[in-house]
Structure formats: structure tokens, C-alpha cells
Design a protein around this ligand. Structure first.
Ligand SMILES: Nc1ncnc2c1ncn2[C@@H]1O[C@H](COP(=O)(O)OP(=O)(O)OP(=O)(O)O)[C@@H](O)[C@H]1O
Ligand SMILES: [Mg+2]
Length: 348
């Protein structure tokens, strides 16, 4: 029998939490081997940039030890100001010619000096007729930011074999976990940013990162109620009662969620205006920020869409002796990106 293909370990380094996921092939699907997360103190990761690489390294090392993860090959994903993802239309050309063209014309497409970025691209081969132009997905990421992550991982003796982008990792696991052909808006609400990715006809049609997230709520609660960040966070997630500050906190929730819904609707409206023949059917929520009480119902009312929770493990085998099902259910939405990284083979 052929040996089972090894997969990489997915490491999603968020501004609030580091999430680690390890999978194994199982039949034509996957089985969950290990899953865990650890909180990141505020300020260690900012706008997708590692500010405290040594401390982040220690957190990852402890997580790997706790989860008894074997195998050094890992995949990470990046996001924020230092990453540009852009779909460009151009005349179809061969792979080599395209690579040369993109290097020569890079500055036309990205707002950075081309010597300062790592570039990658994929021809989506959308040209059907002879005269059609094709869509090319272009990704450029600041070298100094990516190198910050890579150096941190090398120091831990880990081998980063994949640097993905949050939105792509989400899209990849969506297709596998939910096995549907529906046109959907994937919305990941993290601590410091929201990622919207609209998938129609099996491809990403509109993708954007918006700098709003759940830590906004914590900061506002801390400021209005004159509390430390940690205490405000506990009130936010319902671990401690707000008592007489409840009305102010409800007002903060209301105004922040209104702003989030406004941003989501803006993206959906733009999509609908440009794609009237491909109506959206569902909005799929992931990220810890999506767990705010009442958000699903509010979003449903405002968008008219069916709102569902992203479950990256929906079609996976889970060893109940090793993984607590309650924990799995509670953390599934914020594990989507780490799982999307963990489905990749550990080739070479
Ligand atoms: N039950 C809950 N109610 C409200 N907010 C929650 C809840 N659980 C977690 N959160 C919030 O979700 C955020 C963490 O989510 P997640 O792990 O997806 O963020 P992240 O990936 O670290 O952030 P980012 O991707 O923005 O860098 C935190 O701000 C946390 O307070
Ligand atoms: Mg995140």
C-alpha cells in the first residue's frame, strides 16, 4: 500500500491568538490529529507584522510541545498592509513570458518597490475565446515582514514550506469542508481585521481586508468603563458580568456591529451590482469576532442572506479520545484559517 502523504502543520498567527492545526489524510478526506490555540498579548502582532518575534516563538514552541506535534514542516499565512492581492486582466501568455512581464511591470500593479517584495502569481485562465483577456491573481508581500516570520520559525527549527494569504486559506478549506457549489460570502472577523471573500461559481470574485475587528470592542469597553484590557475582554466574551455598565456596553456593541455590517453590506452591494446573474445564497462567518451574541441574527436581517457558521471540520474524522468535542465546536470558527493551511502536502 502507498505510504500516507504527509501534510504540513498549519500555524495561524493572529493578533489575538495563535492557532495550530495538524491533519492527516483519511480516505479521500482528512482526519484531525491535533488542534490548539494560545492567546497573544496585545501589541505582539500588529497590522500583520511581528513586533515581538522571540515571545511569539516561545508561544508557538509551547503549543507544539503541548500538542506533541511531530514534523517540522509548517505553513503560515499573512495579511495586512504588507500584502497586496490583486486580480489583473491581461493578454494571455505562456508561463515564462508572464513571469517576465509581471516582474517588468510590477510597479504598475503594486504600490511597493519591486525589490522590496516577494511576488507570486497564478493565471486563472479565464480566457475562453481567442480575443479574450485572462485574469491573473497577483500576490506581493513585503520581504522584511515575511522574513520576520521565517526567521522566527527557523529559530524554532521549524521549516516553513508555505506562506499563504488568510483569504486564500479560508477559501481552500471552505471548498473542502462544506462541499457546496453555492455562491457565498466568507467573512472572517478577527481581533484586528475583517476579511471578506466572495466565492461565486467556484472562484473568488471579490476579496478585501478591512481594518475593523473584535479588539475594537475590548478597547472601547476598557476606555468607557475605565478598565484594564484583560478585564474588558472578559466582560466582552461574557466571562464576567458588566453589572451597572451594561447599558454603555450594549451601546458599544450596537455601534461597532452596525459599522461591521455596513462594511459587509458595502462589499456585497458592489458584488451584486457587478454580478447580477450570480446571486449570493449564504454568508459564512468565521473568526473569534463572529461569536458576538446577536451578530448572526442582525446580519441576517440586514443582508437578507442565510447566515451560517464556518465549520472547517464538518467532513473530517475526529478522534474523540484525543480531541474534546465541546472544545472543537466552540473554537471551530476561529480555526478555519489554520485548517486551511493544514490541508497542504509537505512536498519536498
Ligand atoms: N464569545 C466571544 N464573543 C465575542 N468576541 C469573542 C468571543 N470569543 C472570542 N472573541 C474575540 O475574537 C477575537 C479573536 O478571534 P481570532 O482568533 O479569529 O482573531 P485573530 O486571528 O487573533 O485576529 P486577527 O486575524 O485579526 O489578527 C478576539 O478579539 C476575541 O476577543
Ligand atoms: Mg485571524
Amino acid at each position: 500500500m502507498a505510504k500516507k502523504e504527509k501534510l504540513i502543520t498549519g500555524v495561524d498567527i493572529g493578533s489575538h491568538a495563535i492557532k495550530v492545526c495538524q491533519l492527516q489524510r483519511s480516505g479521500d478526506g482528512f482526519a484531525l490529529l491535533a488542534l490548539g490555540s494560545a492567546v497573544v498579548p496585545p501589541g505582539y502582532v500588529e497590522d500583520g507584522v511581528l513586533q515581538e518575534p522571540d515571545q511569539i516563538g516561545e508561544i508557538i514552541e509551547a503549543l507544539f510541545k503541548n500538542l506533541k506535534i511531530k514534523g517540522a514542516k509548517v505553513g503560515i499565512s499573512i495579511s495586512g498592509y504588507s500584502v497586496i492581492v490583486k486580480k489583473v486582466h491581461m493578454d494571455p501568455m505562456g508561463e515564462e513570458e508572464l513571469a517576465l512581464h509581471i516582474m517588468e511591470e510590477a510597479e504598475q500593479y503594486i504600490p511597493f518597490d519591486k525589490d522590496d517584495v516577494y511576488m507570486d502569481f497564478q493565471d486563472l485562465k479565464t480566457a475562453v475565446n481567442e480575443d479574450d483577456r485572462t485574469d491573473v491573481m497577483l500576490v506581493a508581500a513585503k520581504k522584511e515582514v515575511v522574513d520576520g516570520y521565517l526567521d522566527m520559525l527557523y529559530k524554532l527549527k521549524l521549516k516553513p514550506v508555505l506562506v499563504d494569504v488568510d483569504g486564500f486559506a479560508l477559501e481552500n478549506i471552505w471548498e473542502i469542508a462544506h462541499k457546496t457549489k453555492k455562491n457565498v460570502a466568507l467573512v472572517d472577523i478577527g481581533a484586528s481585521k475583517m476579511n471578506i471573500n466572495i466565492i461565486a461559481d467556484g472562484a473568488s470574485v471579490l476579496a478585501r481586508d478591512i481594518v475593523v475587528g473584535s479588539s475594537q470592542l475590548t478597547e472601547q469597553i476598557a476606555s468607557v468603563c475605565d478598565l484594564e484590557f484583560d478585564e474588558a475582554e472578559k466582560i466582552k466574551v461574557g466571562l464576567i458580568a458588566a453589572e451597572d455598565r451594561q447599558p454603555e456596553i450594549e451601546e458599544i456593541f450596537h455601534s461597532t456591529c452596525t459599522n461591521w455590517v455596513f462594511e459587509i453590506k458595502k462589499a456585497i452591494d458592489l458584488y451584486v451590482a457587478n454580478n447580477p446573474n450570480m446571486p449570493l445564497e449564504q454568508l459564512v462567518l468565521s473568526g473569534g469576532g463572529s461569536k458576538i451574541e446577536g451578530l448572526k441574527e442582525y446580519l441576517g436581517r440586514e443582508t437578507g442572506l442565510e447566515i451560517i457558521e464556518f465549520n472547517p471540520f464538518g467532513t473530517m474524522k475526529v478522534n474523540e479520545k484525543k480531541i474534546d468535542l465541546k472544545y472543537l465546536k466552540a473554537t471551530a470558527p476561529e480555526m478555519a484559517i489554520a485548517t486551511g493551511l493544514a490541508i497542504r502536502p509537505a512536498a519536498f
